[in-house]
Design a protein around this ligand. Structure first.
Ligand SMILES: [Zn+2]
Length: 156
């Protein structure tokens, strides 16, 4: 399933990529033409106006609240039955599929401490960026758990 997200949904876009879903951001206003050209994709939007056009011409969409990332993520996961697991197999910058690489080939780019302790590396050919599972991934997983914990605030 490929998603096209409204420009205001960059936070959500990032998390969907972490989950391994293919996404793109539409920076311009989503017009009827944009919708028609991408009928095979699902639009994630916050604009009621866009929702009405999409409905009229039969393009798949989900209307989301403007601000709350937690709610947005929950709604998308529930509606499309997505697997709420961080796959981290897409480049978080451009959304391309990462390819596994041998660390020996990237020795110059990896800090020595990381090189010694981590064996799994992925690479984005488009951005020329190397990824590995360091401390920031641990923090990311923690943040994801918090994002998905929905009943924290309800006391009764
Ligand atoms: Zn990339």
């Amino acid at each position: 399933m490929n998603f096209i997200l409204e420009g205001s949904l960059k936070g959500l876009n990032k998390w969907l990529r972490f989950l391994g879903y293919r996404t793109e951001i539409c920076e311009k206003k989503i017009t009827k033409e944009t919708l028609l050209q991408n009928k095979d994709k699902v639009f994630l939007i916050t604009s009621l106006e866009t929702a009405e056009i999409a409905k009229k011409i039969g393009v798949k969409f989900l209307l989301l609240p403007k601000e709350n990332l937690k709610t947005q993520l929950f709604m998308v996961i529930t509606k499309f039955n997505l697997t709420p697991k961080l796959k981290l197999d897409l480049c978080s910058l451009c959304g391309e599929k990462l390819i596994p690489v041998q660390k020996e080939n990237f020795k110059d780019e990896i800090p020595p401490r990381v090189y010694q302790s981590i064996n799994k590396y992925n690479y984005c050919l488009k951005c020329k960026k190397l990824y590995w599972e360091g401390d920031h991934i641990k923090r990311l997983k923690e943040k994801f758990r918090k994002l998905l914990s929905l009943n924290v605030q309800s006391k009764d």
